[in-house]
Design a protein around this ligand. Structure first.
Ligand SMILES: [Mn+2]
Length: 303
């Protein structure tokens, strides 16, 4: 649905005392018999913004509707109320529902996965030698490439900023903002998780990017990229062993990706890995098709 040539009604544009037609995806629904409500749903608009929707018993079309998670619908005759919790969409007697389907068959996405950019790092030490590095150049090049290839999204696996503990230079923030702005101008979303290096300064910087619509923080609620894949993220954890998987389910038939920032056996040279591919697959409460991880600087194909 994103990148559609048609301008769709968006949640942010909805105002009280109007009736609307809006295209939405159902993220979750539950039946309720409270206070003349028939259903409470969690929806997202074509921009990916999530919001609540209440179908009232007086809606003939809606009260016994057979909703389907992950499916797109065109709703008509809906209205909005500003409640203390935010804007809530309502379906009453004028509610019309047209089912649009799950997705176009054969949806494909091209993603660029970047990780451990370590913006702000100036030199690298290895095996007793030390040499200057310029992560900014590499990051810029990768973003340029993403734009050239017109990828559907960029996913970043953590440690975008190096932040050795002394904070982040304004210059590095500016470089990052410039690149993320270019991506946004080309309609390419930037998804990320936190690594172990961002620390408080990194989080503050990234939160500003999120507020400015330049980046999306991946979490336990999945993000759908161009109707083709569902992506989850878990920020770096110093203690992985007490992590409890509680990922949002209901991704339908989208392939699922989990983005983490840990050392994962057998893909790490660490003698003491945080976890293994198998332990993640076993512990996850939703089926995962792909795990992508930052933090590991070795490469190879385990035998
Ligand atoms: Mn790391």
């Amino acid at each position: 649905m994103p990148r559609s040539a048609v301008v769709e009604t968006l949640y942010e544009d909805l105002e009280e005392s109007n009736q609307y037609e809006i295209v939405v995806r159902v993220r979750d629904y539950s039946r309720t018999k409270e206070d003349n409500r028939a259903f409470e749903l969690s929806l997202e608009d074509s921009n990916g913004t999530r919001f609540p929707f209440i179908v009232w018993e007086k809606s003939e079309e809606g009260r016994n509707y057979n909703w389907q998670n992950s499916c797109w619908y065109r709703l008509s005759g809906v209205s909005i109320n500003n409640w203390p919790s935010g804007k809530v969409l309502h379906g009453t007697s004028s509610l019309g529902i047209e089912k649009l389907g799950m997705r176009q068959s054969g949806s494909q996405v091209n993603l660029i996965y970047l990780t451990d950019s370590h913006l702000g790092k100036s030199e690298h030490t290895y095996s007793g030698s030390c040499w200057p590095v310029s992560p900014v150049d590499g990051f810029r090049t990768a973003i340029e490439r993403a734009i050239q290839e017109n990828v559907n999204a960029v996913i970043h696996g953590g440690d975008l900023f190096h932040n050795p503990g002394s904070g982040i230079e304004d210059e590095d923030v500016a470089v990052c903002r410039e690149s993320l702005t270019k991506l946004a101008e080309h309609g390419i979303p930037f998804y990320f998780i936190y690594g172990n290096h961002e620390r408080q300064a990194g989080r503050q910087t990234m939160e500003r990017f999120v507020d400015d619509g330049l980046a999306v923080h991946l979490g336990p609620r999945y993000e759908v990229i161009d109707d083709a894949v569902a992506v989850y993220g878990v920020d770096y954890r110093s203690n992985w062993s007490d992590f409890v998987f509680d990922l949002e389910s209901g991704t339908g038939d989208f392939p699922t990706i989990l983005c983490v920032h840990q050392s994962i056996a057998p893909f790490t040279t660490s003698n003491n890995p945080d976890c293994s591919v198998n332990s993640i697959l076993e512990a996850s409460n939703v089926p995962l098709d792909l795990i992508i991880s930052g933090h590991t600087f070795s490469f190879g194909i385990p035998k």
